[in-house]
Design a protein around this ligand. Structure first.
Ligand code: SF4
Ligand code: SF4
Length: 287
């Protein structure tokens, strides 16, 4: 699709594992081809002009094309950032084309219409920002705050995010920027993330009667094995993953809280039940 109803999307990959892009490639209804070639919402589509993993061009010509977009399309393009931003030592822990990722992300964001922080690393720092964080990794929202850049940021966390969380957030942004009342305290769209996993979990009846799985592979609630579903907002129970086939808890694995700020540190060790004090803190943040 091309024309006046397409919005240029620049996809900038910083300090991450590319898992968010890989997850998006698993999208269905619409799949990735639909997303790139058709209208995402009636009358509106996207024109992906830079994505280091998906595009053909490489090297200096590709970077020069990237650098021209903020000048040519100021205020009109969406910036998707994937991965955390290294800021220590002048940003030298992460470079793209001999320029620090932090510098590139800031200059791309400065003239964007809005930024989608895709994945928990881009949203809040994620695993790269885990203690001791020698590279000084931060999420893109924090980078923009430090740089005094006022462009709206919508977080789409998850490690990786479900492809639908991106599609639905992108569709909402194409229809117009969401108002502050549409975002939760963690900067996520409420319509996409609202609801604690614990509230809709199929193992909840086990929790309510105190039937806890003693070890992996056993029946029962996974709380004693470290499940963070009571503190995690996402619609995994309703949607499932991989075309709705399964998801973490259905597959017998505790939720590790991958959509939450401060993941991974706040919830680690992953397979340990939180202490009472940690639980109280987690409840306060989840509410
Ligand atoms: S498995 Fe996790 S989310 Fe499900 S009921 Fe138990 S503690 Fe709650
Ligand atoms: S169940 Fe928890 S850990 Fe698994 S994808 Fe959903 S939010 Fe992330």
């Amino acid at each position: 699709m091309s024309g006046a109803n397409t919005r240029t999307v620049v996809w900038f990959q910083a300090g991450g594992c590319t898992g968010c892009s890989i997850s998006l490639m698993n999208a269905d209804y619409p799949d990735l081809a639909n997303l790139l070639l058709d209208e995402v919402v009636p009358g509106k589509g996207i024109a992906l002009k830079f994505h280091a993993t998906l595009m053909g061009p490489t090297g200096r010509p590709a970077l020069e094309a990237l650098e021209r977009i903020p000048e040519k399309e100021a205020g009109e393009y969406l910036l998707v950032v994937e991965g955390a931003i290294p800021t220590a030592a002048g940003g030298r822990f992460g470079m793209v084309g001999e320029v620090p990722m932090a510098q590139r992300a800031a200059s791309l964001a400065r003239r964007a219409q809005a930024v989608l922080a895709l994945g928990t690393c881009a949203s809040y720092g994620g695993i790269p920002a885990g203690v001791p964080n020698p590279a000084g990794c931060v999420g893109v929202g924090e980078l923009l705050r430090r740089e005094g850049i006022q462009v709206p940021v919508v977080n789409v966390p998850g490690c990786p995010p479900h492809p639908r969380w991106f599609v639905e957030t992108a569709a909402r942004v194409l229809l117009g920027l969401p108002g502050p009342e549409e975002l939760d305290e963690a900067g996520r769209l409420k319509a996409v993330y609202r609801g604690l996993i614990h509230e809709s979990c199929p193992r909840r009846p086990d929790f309510d009667v105190g039937r806890f799985a003693p070890s992996f592979g056993e029946e029962g609630c996974l709380y004693e094995l470290g499940c963070k579903g009571p503190f995690t907002e996402s619609q995994c129970p309703q949607r499932g993953w991989n075309g709705g086939v399964s998801w973490c808890i259905a597959a017998g694995h505790p939720c590790i809280g991958c959509t939450e700020p401060d993941f991974l540190d706040r919830f680690s060790p992953l397979f340990r039940k939180l202490s009472l004090e940690e639980e109280q803190q987690a409840y306060r943040r989840a509410r």
